[in-house]
Design a protein around this ligand. Structure first.
Ligand code: BDR
Ligand code: CA
Length: 311
């Protein structure tokens, strides 16, 4: 059973990632959720995380608020994709469970210090501000991390917030640079893989038909979230980015990638936040990440549907 901390900015796809983790208690022990500013400001992401836990019938999950802005840039948000609340698509009751006292970054540091080395995996699915802040403030925790399994970046699929950059990396490139250069065991789910995990009609209808409240809520979120991709790119559905991280933890054999060097562009005039991924090994720089490029999407959606049915 892998102990994880999800670091997140919900976000409909973040919400599905949290639900997939909560639906998989045999494999995953969710120690807590730390929230960060990203898709929408922090006040909304921490509220949305609590809403999602309550939807899953899990008001006991520890939810913390973390950093409310990137390390040294103004916050860029994505209401154009996720709506005003960050979780548009269905009206859910306001959460009643309390936010945990204390800062999300302190929770990350304290948890890693308290647990034996190699026992806690960090799963960042928003900008990397909280994780980088923890690494900068407490460098001793880096070698205690089992792995960082994150959603962010792109190679062949290039950008979704600028022509060159993916949103999570673009919002806080300096934070991404800290994490990518930290020496931690890193698994990256870039747009190259998430753009193959599309919410096609039959997949969404399978969610909608699930008994209970969770399946229909996930269908309503994807209905909202996919308008953006359908209108903009004419794709068959929305990429379900963030749940790929949890999918990899549960069934790594559904994914394929390469260990390569990935550097973060923090200066480029047009390329700020780009993940410079040395897929062909031409730089001579040492690999620092397992960069995933492929997914068995049918297998992944079958897993997701089967797990969501348990909630
Ligand atoms: C990432 O950006 C956010 O909008 C999504 O939640 C996902 O984490 C995709 O680029
Ligand atoms: Ca996200």
């Amino acid at each position: 059973r892998r102990k994880i901390i999800i670091d997140t900015d919900p976000g409909q796809d973040d919400a599905v990632a949290i639900l997939l983790a909560l639906a998989s208690p045999e494999e995953i022990d969710l120690l807590g959720i730390t929230c960060v500013a990203g898709n929408v400001p922090l006040e909304l992401t921490e509220r949305n995380a609590r809403t999602v836990c309550e939807l899953a019938g899990r008001p006991d999950v520890k939810v913390f608020a973390g950093c409310d802005r990137p390390l040294n840039r103004p916050l860029v948000t994505a209401e154009h994709v996720h709506g005003k609340t960050g979780l548009d698509g269905i009206d859910l009751p306001a959460p009643r469970m309390a936010l945990q006292p204390g800062h999300g970054v302190d929770f990350i540091i304290d948890t890693l210090r308290a647990e034996p080395a190699g026992c806690v995996t960090l799963v960042p699915i928003g900008p990397l501000t909280n994780i980088a802040t923890a690494f900068l403030r407490a460098p001793d925790i880096v070698e205690k991390v089992q792995a960082v399994v994150l959603m962010g970046g792109a190679y062949f699929e290039v950008g979704n917030i600028t022509p060159a950059a993916e949103f999570n990396i673009y919002v806080d490139p300096e934070a991404a640079q800290v994490v990518f250069n930290s020496g931690v065991e890193l698994v990256v789910m870039p747009l190259d893989v998430t753009h193959k995990a599309l919410t096609t009609r039959p997949r969404v209808e399978a969610f909608r038909k699930l008994p209970g409240a969770v399946g229909p809520a996930v269908a309503a979120w994807t209905d909202f979230f996919e308008r953006f991709d359908k209108e903009k790119y004419g794709s068959e559905g929305a990429p379900l980015h963030d749940p790929c991280t949890i999918g990899w933890l549960l069934r790594p054999e559904l994914f394929a990638g390469r260990r390569i060097n990935v550097e973060i562009e923090i200066e480029g005039r047009y390329t700020l936040g780009m993940t410079v991924a040395d897929w062909w090994g031409v730089s001579g720089r040492a690999p620092n990440a397992l960069f995933i490029g492929d997914i068995d999407a049918e297998g992944f959606f079958a897993l997701l549907t089967e797990r969501l049915a348990r909630l």
